[in-house]
Design a protein around this ligand. Sequence first.
Ligand code: NAD
Ligand code: UGA
Length: 460
Amino acid sequence: MREIKRIACVGAGYVGGPTMSVIAQKNPHITITVVDLNQARIDAWNDPDLNNLPIYEPGLDAVVGEARGRNLFFSTDVDKAIAEADMIFISVNTPTKTYGKGKGQAADLKYIELCARQIARVAKDDKIVVEKSTLPVRTAATLKSILDNTGNGVNFHILSNPEFLAEGTAIPDLHHPDRVLIGGEDIRAIEALVQIYEAWVPRERILTTNLWSSELSKLVANAFLAQRVSSINAISELCEVTGANVDEVSRAIGYDSRIGSKFLKASVGFGGSCFQKDILNLVYIARSYNLTAVADYWEQVILLNDHQKERFAQHIIKTMYNTVNGKKIVFLGWAFKKDTNDTRESAAIYVADHLLEEEAEIVVYDPKVSAEQIYRDLDYLGTRSPSENRRLLTVVSDPYEALAEAHAVAILTEWDEFKHYDWSKVKDKMKKPSFVFDGRKILNSKDLQDLGFQYYAIGE
Ligand code: NAD
Ligand code: UGA
């Protein structure tokens, strides 16, 4: 196996961009080119002003600033990067299918297949191809079938190297991963990738498995994480009717080292581009093997999450005297979690959609999400016309302006700044009674009640 001197990464998104930036930062002797078809995205990665990178991720600007132009490059010339690379990461999107067989559940692998065909067409010397995208188990067999049938004598080794970073903490997650997982068949190809990570990850944290275990482990890790959120969210509803407090329950059970304290924060529902998509994919795979009980079990995680989003919206309506028609409800937060500008599958979208059906007047403030993105998210649902969405929902850049004369505040994202608002001043500006619906449990109920708010938090 030749030494890895050049890496190409196809897909300059939330995973490809940060992951390759850190690999480049830690391996200055390897030249890494991240390529994408999206010219605007590549332009943003190349923007001299590091505040304009296409994704917001704390600490990313410093890493890109260190490596870009040295051994890290962003380009739209996919063919050239593939041709020159010794190792090619595939980091393209793998959304849920929106058409045909498996619609709404199976992963859409068209981008993956296009990549594989492009690699097959362009490659003139041996390559290691690394699956970085999250893929259905056994996708490597598909890749192999495409790559091994070019007839041009090029040898391909396929590795699975799923990514476990979470958005908002991508840089610390990449710098100090709990583990790096590499699945493969060829020991020398595996070792080549191990060496790249060994530049900063302790060897004992680099796990190697066969291809299928690695591919499946990624889906299972996300399923387990999402299952914890749905489990605690199910308990949050029980807390609300019994007088228990879900934060206290989380703390009480989390002290048990077998359960652990992380990922037990009740919320308005999990979002993000992956939890739902990956569980749906797992469910689809189980069903395709006729494992009905397995599929039903995991599907429940999604159903409970849908229920949690809906019941938050319903609770707002019920509490506000069964009508929100014409009432101004301020959404604090639109991103699916704090410290990211990503809104994919954010609970805010679905809560807004429910309330807009009831003709609420929604005003959104999010410190990192643009108005264009918010309207794109709503329009994508297709529930009502784009002009209706713009008539009923406005986006502001000053939260205090938004709160004037508001009937209610709904907290949809746990941005730290919301905790530090002058809630007494907020109360003065709002209509009375002033409602706060805290979908993230970031405020103190006693403080808010003392200020005279009608305060509702998930799980209290
Ligand atoms: P993304 O949509 O942000 O980025 C994917 C990029 O690939 C896009 O910019 C798209 O233009 C580009 N692309 C698609 N087809 C291409 C092609 N043929 N040639 C060149 N570019 C192409 O997606 P993402 O969030 O980075 O996710 C990528 C993969 O990583 C998915 O499989 C996802 O499940 C997985 N993943 C995501 C996260 C996360 O936090 N977002 C974490 C772990 C794993
Ligand atoms: C998640 C996983 O944590 C990553 O390991 C994985 O790599 C990634 O998916 C992926 O495959 O895309 P991410 O979705 O970026 O990362 O963010 P998380 O921190 O997992 O949060 C997901 C959602 O769950 C958010 O909406 C968050 O608010 C919610 N959540 C999380 C809760 O409601 N409660 C919790 O206790 C934890």
